[in-house]
Design a binder for this molecule. Structure first.
Ligand SMILES: Nc1nc2c(c(=O)[nH]1)N[C@@H](CN(C=O)c1ccc(C(=O)N[C@@H](CCC(=O)O)C(=O)O)cc1)CN2
Length: 299
């Protein structure tokens, strides 16, 4: 009997369908803004020609077109200097047609990423990664009414809440301490409105299996294919698979896979597919940040 010969016992945290629902809500909000003469616009800054990054940026512009957001695109060579790149950000900061923008990560090694993120006007920071907006998250003031939240952490929480998964009092294991996902996710989940108890695991964690056995919810964002073993999960755990790795399957074809072993589908109560789980939610939350920035700018 192989893995797929029996139906999975877990339910699917369907990011694609949830993102489609959010996009239809945002389309309504964009119409309201347009009726007031405000046209939201998302800018993207892409440096170099990494195929994955190009695909993500293309997807962002496709999403914008779907909900009625205008697109501004700056595709730049990977030979660009720090100063030249900062000058592009100055232009976007000053452009009234650009409500919000992102700089696609990762950037080439010769570019100081932190300096670039600091250069973004915090009011136009569609990724919620400017230090002021991350600081507001620490201070517990970030959110739709006042400042943007980082897209993937927000997407994870929204995906759970829209499936009525209770987080208050639950032990949530976040695997990965990166600045775009793990760290801000820990801050978001420990807000009083969510009230989870968070364990943040990383490469220095001594016994990941022991942490997995205790966790009610696991959010895997390490970017290491299948590092979360089904046998280590607490039966009935809720599992979000955030990590994205490109691997080759048996016939040499490249495909995307996540951090969680496929067998988890027979142990978890809920599991997000990868692809089709948190990725589409990341894209939807980016659009939400642009719409919210336009709504704030409209007063
Ligand atoms: N400036 C940013 N850079 C990066 C971010 C980010 O949020 N802001 N996150 C990732 C890349 N990313 C968005 O930019 C992203 C990753 C994955 C997906 C997605 O929809 N994935 C699909 C599968 C895609 C595939 O087949 O390759 C899925 O999960 O269904 C969207 C956006 C790093 N950089």
């Amino acid at each position: 009997m192989n893995l797929y010969s029996t139906p999975p016992t877990s339910r699917v945290l369907d990011g694609k369908a949830t993102a489609a629902q959010i996009k239809s809500e945002l389309t309504e909000r964009v119409s309201v803004l347009k009726a007031k003469g405000i046209v939201p616009g998302l800018g993207t800054v892409l440096v170099g020609d990494d195929p994955g990054s190009k695909w993500y940026v293309g997807g962002k512009h496709k999403d914008c077109a779907e909900v009625g957001i205008e697109s501004i695109r700056r595709d730049l060579p990977d030979t660009i200097s720090q100063e030249e790149l900062e000058a592009v950000l100055d232009e976007l900061n000053a452009d009234p047609a650009c409500t919000g923008y992102i700089v696609q990560l990762p950037l080439p090694k010769h570019i100081d990423t932190n300096r670039i993120l600091e250069k973004i006007d915090p009011a136009k920071d569609a990724d919620g990664l400017h230090p002021m907006n991350l600081g507001r998250l620490v201070l517990n003031v970030g959110g739709p009414l006042d400042s943007p939240l980082p897209c993937t952490p927000h997407g994870c929480v929204e995906l759970l809440l829209r499936h009525d998964i209770e987080l208050a009092g639950k032990r949530v294991l976040v695997v990965g301490r990166g600045v775009t996902v793990g760290r801000p996710l820990g801050l978001l989940l420990t807000r009083k409105t969510i009230n989870a108890t968070v364990v943040l695991a990383h490469t220095g964690t001594l016994d990941l299996a022991a942490e997995l056995r205790e966790a009610d919810v696991v959010i895997a964002a390490a970017g290491m294919p299948h590092m979360i073993k089904a046998a280590d999960l607490k039966p009935g755990a809720v599992v979000l698979d955030v990590g994205v790795s490109r691997v080759e399957d048996e016939d040499g074809k490249a495909r995307v896979t996540g951090d969680v072993e496929p067998e988890a589908r027979n142990v978890a109560s809920w599991l997000s597919p990868n692809p089709g789980g948190v990725g589409p939610m990341t894209r939807a939350m980016l659009l939400a940040n642009v719409v919210e920035a336009a709504e704030r700018q409209a007063g």
